[in-house]
Write a protein that binds this ligand. Structure first.
Ligand code: FAD
Length: 487
């Protein structure tokens, strides 16, 4: 059934009275941990008493189960949303287990008329939706809403009615469809059934690290939750004008840092768009384009659900150094992960990621390119590391960007365009950023910090894993060989 007809069918059902408005309504919370502009919650609260349910389902996603950074954010986000429901004398039912059986069981227990959820495009969520339709008791429907993107993925179509594969025409068509829908206000009243299903205690899920507690840097860097997302937006409304100039400068605080709030759905992109739309600056136009990149990434995984695992282009594994062929990549991979490559900008980025669970976009591009091209390591190792360590680790955005950098994607940079990390560091004035995250280099003067020469390189700082020129030649020659093998 198409998106339009699904939406219509709910309206029709409501109009025809076959959904009993007095029946209990489940809201299946996933990456939409907010009250404002939350279409699933909005519809449920209008239809009847609401039972919001969050299921910690660690089996269905397989190796896409939450990483440590995800778990840290999720704990605080659920805690914050719990307070918000509490203000309405309502609470969230939290359960651990298979999402389909848990939801079907609760629907049966409370005699639910509908399970409302916002659409998500991760393959494990879509599979769960399919299974849930079959598992729900008679008289209870799964109703999907659009809420986490500027436009519902699939809205922007080519002349022949297909979804776009390439960003530029996608973006053009999205702009033609604007403005996005209006944002929905948070529900004024949330009624709940008198007898609520049992809930786990959040603390019993052990989402926070204890031994060791590695999250000190996270706590200093982030404020989590819907209120924090709106505060951040207010700050950003004054800053967005400078985004065009500042967004490439990692030493300055000139990007919005909204990505984890957006990933977890603590704020909707539509809310951001309406708050900023009158800014009319170059900065806003560029920022709007970045939000469209986020929509684009969903549009990609909607078409290619295995995008996190499977390269779109016909690269074969012969391009990468391969442990199965006897190449020793483990040490290089670990040096990259730990920020010990000998390239200050790469190491600063990887250490920022480890300390705070986030990395500046320009540096994400540099570190990803370094792994894939300088170290010739398969992008999937890097994608997986980012997934495990980012608080905003997002199946669509992560895989789309990794495939873009690697040249393997449906729309991507060419593999043979090899970024020079040292000149990028200088060009984008990363000295302050390096000093912050690579303290052993903090005392170096600006003319040394991007690429310290041997007499300035402190003994505690590693030598380069490989020189830039040598790495470039190795990558280009591996690419040529791979292509020759394919002819
Ligand atoms: C290798 C690599 C991996 C990435 N993995 C992720 C990821 O897992 N999750 C994630 O949210 N972003 C990812 N990005 C995109 C981008 O780096 C982050 O969204 C951005 O750095 C977040 O910081 P910000 O909120 O300050 O962004 P801003 O510059 O303020 O941008 C505003 C918002 O636009 C969206 N956005 C910006 N750039 C992109 C982009 N290139 N692709 C998709 N959406 C974008 C984000 O939601 C972001 O919050 C990745 C980029 C690269 C190069």
């Amino acid at each position: 059934m198409s998106r339009g007809s699904e939406g219509q069918s709910f309206d029709k059902l409501r109009m025809s009275g076959s959904v009993n408005l007095a029946k209990n309504q489940i809201v299946w919370l996933r990456r939409d941990l907010r009250m404002a502009d939350q279409p699933a919650l909005h519809a449920a609260a209008k239809a009847g008493p609401v039972v919001p349910v969050f299921v910690l389902d660690e089996d269905r996603p397989g190796d896409r189960a939450y990483g440590g950074a995800h778990r840290w954010w999720l704990h605080h986000s659920l805690e914050s949303l719990g307070y918000s429901f509490g203000k309405h004398n309502a609470h969230i039912v939290m359960r651990r287990g298979d999402s389909v059986s848990v939801l079907a069981g609760i629907a049966d227990e409370i005699g639910a008329g509908a399970v409302h959820a916002n659409r998500h495009y991760e393959p494990w969520f879509r599979e769960a939706e399919e299974d849930l339709r079959d598992a729900l008791p008679d008289g209870c429907e799964l109703v999907l809403h659009d809420g986490n993107y500027l436009l519902p993925p699939g809205t922007a179509k080519t002349g022949s009615g297909d979804p776009y594969k390439i960003f530029t025409p996608f973006s053009r068509t999205v702009l033609e469809h604007f403005p996005p829908r209006d944002a929905l206000a948070p529900p004024e009243n949330i009624a709940q059934p008198s007898a609520m299903p049992e809930s786990d205690e959040l603390a019993d899920w052990d989402l926070l690290p204890t031994r060791p507690d590695w999250a000190g840097g996270f706590r200093d860097f982030w404020k989590v939750g819907e209120d924090a997302a709106h505060e951040r937006l207010e700050w950003w409304a004054d800053e967005v004008g400078d985004y065009d100039e500042g967004r490439n400068l990692p030493s300055q605080n000139t990007t919005s840092q909204m990505s984890p709030h957006l990933h977890w759905g603590e704020i909707s992109p539509v809310t951001i768009w309406h708050r900023l739309k009158d800014k009319r600056s170059e900065g806003w136009k560029t920022y709007e384009k970045e939000l469209i990149w986020r929509d684009y990434a969903q549009n990609v995984i909607m078409q290619f659900p295995k995008y996190g695992e499977e390269p779109y282009r016909d690269y074969d594994n012969s391009l990468w150094r391969n442990p199965n062929a006897g190449h020793l990549i483990a040490d290089d991979l670990e040096a990259w992960q730990r920020g010990r490559t000998g390239y200050p900008i790469v190491d600063a980025g990887m250490r920022q990621l480890w300390q705070v669970g986030w990395m500046h976009n320009r540096v994400r591009m540099i570190t990803a390119s370094f792994l894939v091209k300088h170290l010739l390591i398969d992008w999937r190792h890097g994608e997986k590391w980012f997934w495990d360590t980012l608080v905003d680790g997002d199946y669509a955005s992560n895989s789309t960007n990794w495939q873009w950098v690697s040249g393997t994607g449906v729309d991507s940079n060419m593999f043979v365009r090899i970024m020079a990390p040292l000149s990028q560091s200088d060009k984008f004035d990363a000295a302050g950023y390096i000093r912050e995250y690579v303290p052993e280099l903090a005392d170096l003067p600006d003319d040394q910090i991007h690429d310290p020469d041997p007499e300035h390189r402190p003994g505690t700082y590693p030598d380069k894993l490989i020189g830039h020129k040598e790495a470039r030649e190795r990558a280009l020659s591996a690419y040529r060989e791979m292509k020759a093998g394919q002819d």
